[in-house]
Design a protein around this ligand. Structure first.
Ligand code: ADP
Ligand code: ADP
Ligand code: ZN
Ligand code: ZN
Length: 750
């Protein structure tokens, strides 16, 4: 055995069937195969998990005490691993103090530049940091936002003070504070608040000082007059200790507003207003990266040169990743999963580590075909520095440029879990596997678009970079909203179209809201009829099969696993040792239907269960799950283990039979193999043909070509985007001038 390969022998995590594989080091290996075939089980749950576990073993017992106890992956042998860096789509954390500038370490370079060169000269570097007491805005503590009374919740402006216009109970009619207002002589107690002048409103909120003689219930006092907001701040916001009642009041009556003192820039006055060549630090941080990249080199001098050059190189790397439309002041919590992953990639590219194993999870998500090439270059640069790159991908451009390909399959779930191809791309093309077959298949453009049944009028689209256009979105057809990353697709759909038409249904990739006992069976509603079926067949009560009954394993309460939550790390689940994952007591497991226990039923995939059960209540719902391409999920698999794309398809399964609904889907092809895209398109067609409307935000050329109508935004991202480049059928998009989408579509049609 040479040290040039990572070797895995006998891997059996999830659906893997004794998989053995050799992965070349210092090369790019693409892991391909239909969704559910076992790619993640091999790459993340076996290889990366073992690398992480071995690394943890090297720490002292003290440190290990703080780390999750990672079980050994189910495999006979894993050899020759390098340290793994997993670059996934989990959002960049860091809370409200974390911005693109802080996570990329570009802000420190700007701080240095300002500490050396700004006028008036303000001194030390930390004086320009909003996470440093020396530089932060004292009002908001460097967060740029502050908690303030929510006037919309606090006041009913249609009412007068006598009618109870102040909704918080401290100011209820006849309360002590209400008497202070009533007897102050400062207000017309019968005038509705909406008719107040600005001065009256200001007096009500903050008061103008002075005393009020109040004869209240039982007491008479000469009191300082305090306005409603001022008093609210004193009582609830500017307090050290908060009781749970106060927390409730704060949650209900306050909102987060841009900090009025620093105008959201987070900085104290000195660092906020100092300039270098006429530019303030906040103004640089609010420039999109492309503009900043052009400007920054003009601000350097000999002393700051090397640091500024390094920052410029980082900005260039971010632009290369298709992120040139972002600004340094963008809070990381507002970035999408795909954007977060690409930023993490840039961070690693800057590192000088070699001989590391990088593991990527569909890094092309959210990327326009135009930008995939640059992403690919980055993977190659990581390899050329002497690293091993493992990438789970469906994108043909990434697959065809890999050094080595491992295909899992042949299908999903129990019908997958084997290696069906191992070798180079040339061999894959003639291998006869699903991926080989679809690799060079041309895109087919819809010839005869359906006729719309009406349209949704979107007017004055002017949020983020959108230029303020109007657009008609046709109804009763399949509409694709396209454009390079940052062109404004999500903004148009989520922040303009949906709010203007609240009857639309957004089916996104966010986690299905659930408890730890949620599974496809509970979520789709088949668990109840299955329980009833088992009860009827065995002459017992259905409740015996419930998680909160005496029939459930008392140790895991019918979950089959014990999960431990860790404050800063992902929770760990381990199989319940009492029931060995079977969830129920032996007595219940002895009750069967056609020889299968309830635990066996929960271990069936949706597709198997569809064959097994013949009660209509059960099969109708399971058929929907199979229809959306999730037939490989087992009925009992915790929903928390589903990927974003799987969550989205599961949500869609529950709404499949609606008519006349306007569905909005964000990148529904995420995580889908090209052979499954056809199924998805069939599904979208059935929704439309059944009388619904479907609006998809997509980069996938098969989906765009299949749409009846395309709205292409751009031409580029950020400030260079935000306008409509094209609207019409895909056949006309092929020759649309100035559309990157049209250009790439034309390259891929037959
Ligand atoms: P891929 O990455 O190719 O989409 P996965 O490795 O995620 O496939 O899944 C392979 C099979 O294992 C699927 O049938 C999936 O439902 C199942 N599976 C994945 N994760 C879990 C889990 N945590 N528990 C039980 N089954 C799982
Ligand atoms: P797309 O969906 O086409 O990738 P987006 O609608 O996400 O594009 O972004 C369009 C523009 O709006 C970009 O310049 C982006 O940086 C900006 N943007 C998006 N979300 C926010 C936000 N929450 N705060 C500030 N700017 C945003
Ligand atoms: Zn502030
Ligand atoms: Zn148990």
């Amino acid at each position: 055995m040479t040290r040039e390969f990572i070797t895995v022998t006998g891997a059996r995590e999830n659906n893997l069937r004794d998989v053995s594989v050799r992965i070349p080091k210092r090369a790019i290996t693409a892991f391909v195969g239909v969704s559910g075939s076992g790619k993640s089980s091999l790459v993340f749950d076996t290889i990366a998990a073992e690398a992480q576990r071995q690394l943890n073993e090297t720490f002292s017992a003290f440190v290990r005490g703080f780390l999750p106890k990672l079980g050994q992956p189910d495999a006979d042998l894993i050899e020759n691993l390098s340290t793994a860096i997993v670059v996934d789509q989990k959002r960049l954390g860091g809370g409200s103090r974390s911005t693109l500038g802080t996570v990329t370490d570009i802000n420190p370079a700007l701080r240095l530049l300002f500490s050396r060169r700004s006028v008036p000269h303000v001194g030390p570097r930390n004086a320009f940091g909003f996470n440093d007491p020396a530089g932060m805005c004292p009002t908001c503590g460097g967060v740029g936002r502050k908690v303030a009374l929510d006037h919309a919740v606090m006041f009913d402006r249609s009412k007068s003070l006598n009618e109870g216009a102040i909704l918080h109970r401290d100011w209820a009619v006849d309360s002590w504070y209400w008497h202070v207002h009533a007897q102050s002589g400062r207000f017309d107690m019968d005038k509705p608040l909406r008719d107040y002048t600005d001065a009256e409103w200001q007096e009500l909120l903050f008061g103008s000082g002075g005393k009020v003689a109040v004869a209240g219930p039982g007491k008479a006092l000469n009191l300082e007059y305090v306005g409603v907001e001022a008093r609210f701040n004193r009582a609830y916001i500017d307090v050290e200790e908060t009781s749970s009642r106060k927390k409730e009041v704060i949650a209900r009556y306050t909102t987060s507003i841009r900090c009025p003192d620093c105008d959201g820039t987070r900085l104290a006055e000195g660092p906020r207003t100092a300039t270098v060549a006429g530019h303030t630090l906040p103004s640089l941080c609010s420039l999109d990266l492309v503009s900043l990249h052009a400007l920054l080199p003009t601000l350097r001098d000999d002393a700051t040169g090397p640091v500024v050059d390094e920052a410029v190189a980082r900005i260039a790397a971010l632009i290369d990743m298709g992120l040139g439309y972002l600004t340094l002041d963008r809070e990381t919590s507002t970035l999408s999963g795909g954007e977060s992953q690409r930023i993490k990639m840039v961070r690693h590219l800057g590192s000088s580590l070699v001989d590391v194993m990088y593991v990527f999870d569909e890094p092309t998500i959210g990327l326009h075909p135009r930008d995939v090439g640059r992403m690919n270059d980055l993977l190659h640069r990581l390899r050329d520095k002497g690293n091993t790159v493992l990438v789970v991908e469906h994108d043909t451009d990434v697959i065809t440029r890999a050094d080595h390909v491992v295909e899992l399959g042949p299908r999903a779930g129990t019908e997958g879990g084997r290696i069906v191809y191992e070798g180079d791309v040339a061999g894959l093309e003639t291998s006869g596997t699903l991926t080989g077959e679809f690799l060079h298949r041309p895109v087919t453009v819809r010839e005869a678009p359906r006729t719309p049944t009406g349209h949704l009028a979107v007017t004055g689209a002017k949020v983020h970079n959108l230029s303020g256009f109007d657009v008609d979105v046709p109804l009763g057809v399949l509409v694709a909203v396209t454009g390079v990353a940052g062109s404004g697709k999500s903004t148009l759909v989520r922040e303009v179209l949906v709010p203007q038409h609240p009857d639309t249904i957004v089916v996104d990739q966010s986690a299905v809201a659930t408890s730890s006992r949620s599974t496809p069976a509970t979520w789709t509603g088949v668990m109840d009829p299955i329980r009833k079926l088992y009860a009827k067949a065995n002459g017992v009560k259905p409740a015996l099969f419930s998680f909160n009954s005496e029939g459930a394993c008392p140790t895991c309460n019918g979950i089959g696993a014990i999960s431990s939550d860790l404050a800063y790390l992902d929770g760990v689940r381990s199989t319940c040792t009492d029931c060995e994952g079977r969830r129920y007591t032996d007595a219940v497991l002895a009750l069967t239907v056609d020889g299968r226990s309830i635990s066996d039923a929960l271990d069936m995939t949706a597709a198997q269960a569809l064959e097994f059960f013949d009660a209509k209540e059960i099969t109708k719902r399971l058929a929907s799950v199979v229809d959306v391409g999730l037939g490989y999920l087992t009925l009992g698999q915790p929903l928390s283990t589903l990927s974003g794309g799987e969550c989205q398809r599961l949500k869609l399964a529950n709404r499949l039979h609606e008519k006349g609904t306007v569905f909005v889907l964000d990148e529904p092809t995420t995580g889908l193999h090209m052979s499954d895209c056809g199924h998805l398109l069939g599904l979208l067609d059935r929704l439309v043909d059944g009388g619904s409307s479907v609006i998809v935000v997509e980069h996938n050329l098969d989906v765009i070509a299949h749409a009846d109508w395309v709205i292409d935004l751009g031409p580029d991202g950020g400030d260079d985007g935000g306008t409509i480049v094209f609207e019409g059928p895909p056949s006309a998009l092929l020759s649309a001038p100035g559309s990157f989408t049209g250009e790439h579509l034309a390259r891929h049609v037959a």
